[in-house]
Design a protein around this ligand. Sequence first.
Ligand SMILES: CC(=O)SCCNC(=O)CCNC(=O)[C@H](O)C(C)(C)COP(=O)(O)OP(=O)(O)OC[C@H]1O[C@@H](n2cnc3c(N)ncnc32)[C@H](O)[C@@H]1OP(=O)(O)O
Length: 401
Amino acid sequence: MDDLDVRPLADSEHRRARSLFMRSLHRPDADDQWESVAGRYEPGRVLGAFDEGELAGTTISLASSIAVPGGAVLPSAAVTGVGVRADRTRRGALRSLMRRQLADVRERGEPLAMLHASEAVIYERFGYGVATRSRTVSLDRFRSVLRPEAPTGGRVRMVDAESAAKLLPEIYRRIGLCRTGMISRSDGWWTSWLAALRDNTVAAVHSDDDGVDDGFVLYEAKVNDHRFDDGVITLQVLDLHGAEPAAVAGLWGFLLGLDLSNRIVAINRPVDELLEWWLTDRRQCRVTSVGDDLWLRLVDVPAALSARTYGQADPVVLEVRDAFLPENSGQYRIAPGEVRLCGDRPQLSIGVDALASLYLGDVAVSDLVAAGRVAVHDPSAVAAADRLFATAETPWCGTSF
Ligand SMILES: CC(=O)SCCNC(=O)CCNC(=O)[C@H](O)C(C)(C)COP(=O)(O)OP(=O)(O)OC[C@H]1O[C@@H](n2cnc3c(N)ncnc32)[C@H](O)[C@@H]1OP(=O)(O)O
């Protein structure tokens, strides 16, 4: 199938692209929402695919950055807004858009691209792989009690929407990309995120013992009508970040103390959040789902591989196969402090999508070997590769886009 014509859309076409995207998701596309999301449509980063002269599909990317193992922060294109008109699907619109978008990302010098996938079967063919996971937890508020040893401290105060719009971005910046997988949030991102919240969303800020704001939570109450049903009030936690465990535990303590609510459900949480360890009854932290979260694409494989750190182990020669961006394909000799292309015989072979899953340290090489996603030519290299790619912490993104 030939690629469709793809070009960056003019500013005057951005509104139309947004409409097409929202329709593809079967969601309403209200005019009054456009103003708050328009900042995400950055000139030059909005693409349209044309089929017989008509706009058939679109995608955008936000300029962002991501923390990789070792602490380096790399420019990364946050890909979103992907949609193809329902009457033009499976004619190659997405493929054409991905080809152009990844070429643009590479040309801009962004070694990585990332996205959240609507379906897990779409993006591997374009070289994306699951790089972080997150979990949803549900707690019975009346039975969930923090242990006295939980590192709470400081205080929590509720802030109005206007203050939240100023304070939350500041606090997020102050916390910094302190964990592998965390990404920067642009002004346009904050505007659209805060504007999408419902009227009953509450923002609360945690400050440490010195009075420095070091965490925040956004939650909304879902109230069942007590005349017709059980009157359950569920607090839905949408965004919770803290610089230190004390800030995170302090915010959880605040949520658990909110009168009248029966249940707390928090989405997008780290899979290794310490909540169970902070509760007197760990079973009250029910993990209701664990799923793929951030999908990553190594757009410039040598640059991306060189930017992260590696554990102590013998060097490994890894063959990377990248059918969509063949310039990335080759044998890479990976050692702590040095990654280079080489002509040596490969000890292991991996697709660039599976490499993305290894990259932030969410999965071990040996697990991907067992899953059949890494081919082994020299069995002694598996343990060495495990040690090279292992990271001290589980990556977590924590930002929807
Ligand atoms: C990052 C984000 O924004 S996530 C949001 C993604 N958008 C949506 O889910 C909205 C609803 N879906 C759509 O708009 C479209 O179906 C899209 C964007 C998912 C796919 O667009 P299309 O133009 O149909 O894809 P295209 O024709 O280029 O297909 C490329 C390949 O992907 C496959 N493919 C595309 N979509 C799907 C899917 N949903 N499920 C399985 N395979 C798919 C095609 O079969 C094709 O496979 P091939 O390479 O083996 O031939």
